[in-house]
Design a protein around this ligand. Structure first.
Ligand SMILES: NC(=O)C1=CN([C@@H]2O[C@H](COP(=O)(O)OP(=O)(O)OC[C@H]3O[C@@H](n4cnc5c(N)ncnc54)[C@H](OP(=O)(O)O)[C@@H]3O)[C@@H](O)[C@H]2O)C=CC1
Ligand SMILES: CC(=O)[C@@H](O)[C@H](O)COP(=O)(O)O
Ligand SMILES: [Mn+2]
Length: 355
C-alpha cells in the first residue's frame, strides 16, 4: 500500500493492521515527525519515502526520500501498489485523493475533507471510507427500504463544560477528547461539532441522501443508526477503535477478530443527548449546509483557518465557529462547476478569513 500520513493517529493504526496482516508498505508519506518515521522505515522497509520539508531529508534513514506536495502525487503515480490510504489532514489531502482515483487505485479515505470540499467531483467507484460512522452506516446497509440515517457524536471535549466559560478554554482542554485519541485538528473539530457537520456532508455524498442527522452518544460505542421505513432501527456497536474501519477499507473482507466485542454488562448504560446550538453554535447552519453541499469547500477552508488560529492562540474557542459561520454567510452563493474552481474558492475563502 501507499500510506499518506503514516505518523498520524490513522497512519499508526493503519500500520498496526499492516503488521497484523503482513501487508506490503511500498510508500510512506509523513510530515515532520522524523523520529517516528524512521522507526516505521526500519520496520516496514518502504521503497519510497516523502516528507514535508527539504531540510529534514538528511535526517531520514532512507536513500529514496523526497519532499512536498508534488512529490506525494509523483509517488502515487510511480507506485505499483493498488491501494492508497489517505490519512493526511485537511485540504492537503484533496490532490492525493484525486491522483489515486486518476491512477485507478483503490482509495481508503480517512481524509474526510476530500469529500467535504469536492464530493461532487470525486468518483466513488474505488473509494472506501475510513470514518467510523460511515463504516457503521455501510455495515448496516441491507436490501430494505431506508427512511433515514443517523450518526453519533461524542460531544467532544466540552460537552459537560459550563457554557459561560466556553470563551476562555485553553488549547490543552480543547485537545482532551473524551473517547478518541486523534490528531489535533479533528479533535478541535469534534469539540466545536464541525466534525459532525463534515460527517453529514460526507454521508450525503457517500449514501446519496439528505435524510441524515446526528445525536450525541457519550461513550462512542454506537457509531451509526439506520431507520428503515418498516419502523425498525438498527445500530452499529463497536468499541472505539479505528482499526475495524481501517481493516475493512483495506482488506474488504474481514473474518477474524479485530476488536473485542462490546461488553454490554460492563457498559451498563448509554446516554443520548440532543446537539444544542447553545453549546455548538455551528449546528445552526446544519440544514443550510445539507441543503447546499456546494458550501462544503467554504465550510472547510474557513474552519481550517480558524482552527489554526485557535491552536496558535490568536483567537478564542468560540471564535472558530464565528469565523466559519461568517464565511458561510459571505460566500453562500458559491457553486463550483469544476475541480479547478474548488481550488480557487478555497483560496478566496482563506484570504477572507485570514484578514
Ligand atoms: N484520528 C482518527 O481517529 C480519525 C481521523 N479521521 C480523519 O483522518 C485524517 C487524519 O487524521 P489524524 O490521523 O487524526 O491526523 P494526525 O494529525 O494525527 O495525522 C496527520 C498526518 O498527516 C501528516 N502530515 C501533515 N502535514 C503534512 C504535509 N504537509 N506533508 C506530509 N504529511 C503531512 C502528519 O505528519 P507528522 O505528524 O509527521 O507531521 C501525520 O502523519 C483527517 O482528515 C481526520 O479528519 C477520520 C476519522 C477518525
Ligand atoms: C473516530 C472518528 O470517526 C471521529 O470522527 C470521531 O467521530 C470524532 O469524535 P466526535 O464524535 O467527538 O466528533
Ligand atoms: Mn468520525
Amino acid at each position: 500500500m501507499i500510506l499518506l500520513g503514516s505518523t498520524g493517529s490513522i497512519g499508526v493504526n493503519t500500520l498496526n493492521i499492516a503488521r497484523k496482516f503482513n501487508l506490503n508498505v511500498e510508500v510512506l508519506v509523513a510530515g515532520r515527525n522524523i523520529d517516528l518515521l524512521n522507526q516505521q522505515i526500519q520496520e516496514f522497509k518502504p521503497k519510497k519515502v516523502v516528507i514535508d520539508r527539504a531540510e529534514d531529508i538528511k535526517l531520514v534513514l532512507h536513500d529514496n526520500v523526497s519532499f512536498g506536495e508534488a512529490a506525494i502525487l509523483e509517488a502515487i503515480e510511480n507506485s505499483t501498489s493498488k491501494t492508497v490510504v489517505n490519512a493526511l489532514v485537511g485540504f492537503l489531502g484533496l490532490k492525493p485523493t484525486l491522483k489515486a482515483i486518476e491512477c485507478g487505485k483503490k482509495i481508503a479515505l480517512a481524509n474526510k475533507e476530500s469529500l467535504v470540499v469536492a464530493g461532487k467531483f470525486i468518483d466513488q467507484k474505488n473509494l472506501r471510507p475510513i470514518d467510523s460512522e460511515h463504516f457503521g452506516l455501510w455495515y448496516l446497509l441491507q436490501d430494505k427500504k431506508i427512511d433515514s440515517m443517523m450518526i453519533t457524536a461524542s460531544g467532544g471535549s466540552f460537552r459537560d463544560y459550563p457554557l459561560e466559560k466556553l470563551s476562555n478554554v485553553s488549547i490543552k482542554e480543547a485537545l482532551a477528547h473524551p473517547n478518541w485519541s486523534m490528531g489535533n485538528k479533528i479533535t478541535i473539530d469534534s469539540a466545536t461539532m464541525t466534525n459532525k457537520l463534515f460527517e453529514l456532508v460526507e454521508a450525503a455524498w457517500l449514501f446519496d441522501t439528505k435524510k441524515l442527522d446526528a445525536i450525541i452518544e457519550t461513550k462512542s460505542l454506537i457509531h451509526a443508526f439506520i431507520n428503515f421505513v418498516d419502523g425498525s432501527t438498527t445500530a452499529h456497536i463497536a468499541n472505539a477503535s479505528m482499526q475495524l474501519p481501517i481493516s475493512y477499507a483495506i482488506l474488504e473482507k474481514v473474518d477474524e477478530e479485530i476488536l473485542k466485542p462490546v461488553d454490554l454488562v460492563e457498559v451498563a448504560n448509554l446516554e443520548f443527548r440532543k446537539i444544542e446550538t447553545s453549546r455548538y453554535p455551528i449546528w445552526e447552519i446544519k440544514d443550510e449546509i445539507l441543503n447546499n453541499l456546494d458550501l462544503g469547500v467554504v465550510l472547510n477552508a474557513a474552519n481550517e483557518v480558524a482552527v489554526s488560529k485557535f491552536l496558535n492562540s490568536e483567537i478564542g474557542f468560540l471564535d472558530i465557529s464565528k469565523i466559519t459561520m461568517d464565511a458561510i454567510n459571505k460566500f453562500n452563493n458559491v457553486k463550483a462547476s469544476s475541480i479547478d474552481e474548488i481550488f480557487q474558492i478555497d483560496k478566496e475563502v482563506r484570504k477572507y478569513c485570514e484578514l
